[in-house]
Ligand binder design. Sequence first.
Ligand code: XLS
Ligand code: NI
Ligand code: NI
Length: 438
Amino acid sequence: MAEIFTNIPVIPYEGAKSKNPLAFKFYNPDQIVLGKPMSEHLPFAMAWWHNLCAGGTDMFGRDTADKSFGQEKGTMAHAKAKVDAGFEFMQKLGIRYFCFHDVDLVPEAEDIKETNRRLDEITDYILEKMEGTDIKCLWGTANMFSNPRFMNGAGSTNSADVYCFAAAQIKKALELTVKLGGRGYVFWGGREGYETLLNTDMKFEQENIARLMKMAVAYGRSIGFTGDFYIEPKPKEPMKHQYDFDAATAIGFLRQYGLDKDFKMNIEANHATLAGHTFRHDLRVSAINGMLGSIDANQGDYLLGWDTDEFPFDVYEATMCMYEVLKAGGLTGGFNFDAKNRRPSYTVEDMFEAYILGMDTFALGLLKAAALIEDGRLDENIKVRYSSYSSGIGAKIVSGEATLEELAAYAENMGAPELPGSGRQERLEAIVNQLLFG
Ligand code: XLS
Ligand code: NI
Ligand code: NI
């Protein structure tokens, strides 16, 4: 196999003082943090679609980056060149996982039987490349939003034929995920939503999405898929209203339809902020419901109202993310860089430097979150803040034995309660800054 990225070496860790753009400054895979090597805390994944397929096309202009890898696009030779490029890329960066949509792997044919044959061929090739490496699939998914047939969604479509086509794609994508040893299978509700209620039966559409997911779970389990199914919530884009708005909405949906045992959340930073939450908020909502599965590690732009999918560079956000992840006991999934270079960053060096940026940002986030946990002041403050529930009437409330009458009688005898104590927000924010920059 001829080398593709000939001017890029294996990326070394050189430490915080290095000025080499092609070196890690903070991601040091073997460094032990809270008893575990960094690489185990941070199972990073490459997103096939952004890294190997997307060339920067936007609404106003065509590709700036050349992702042909020396082959004609739309051919199986190109599909294989992408595999070669992807594996070389992951190996040079020390990335052990990848995520894919079916149509990222091969050009889609008119007939799904031919597409599936191509998928078999390419995944045989991927399996060959996996041999002798420690690279595996993090999660797979089916693209049920790009083709015009999915204009009204897949599970939510008004067309039973399109619904069946979606089922066929999910079936195949599940088989491929199992074949490639995937830890998870993602449902991002690409167009599972609506534009106007004037033409929409919302209840019916949601029931149909649940039916499709149930069939996917039944089939997945029948072919030996033991990993997690994930919903990746997103509030809008491409549809005006998406049914899986945020983690809380998606979790409610899963519980309503009895899917909560098989599903967890795949939380994307940029989707959480589009929903008007912090990234951290959606992680916490998932974690307290036992459903924090995996993360799409990217970053939005607070000035732009869409999914800009930037590589994460905000260390504060990454720290808060890693704080949630560490507190939740880690992820069963991983950190997928669902992120793309900015359009004017179109060179091969830019591809690598973007991943170095993302990996270093999360390494810093991990180190700083571990420092916050070891410092203990945030935890201590929370303990003190809720301490009125550890004894007396508070403990009785928590035990579930108290009645409303009893609490009312207690209040009547008490007179006016004291103020609940300072929230200490500024003190806590200062502690975070101290540990980030001190
Ligand atoms: C789009 C989503 C998508 C999913 C996979 O906004 O982030 O890329 O991660 O279908
Ligand atoms: Ni996204
Ligand atoms: Ni995503």
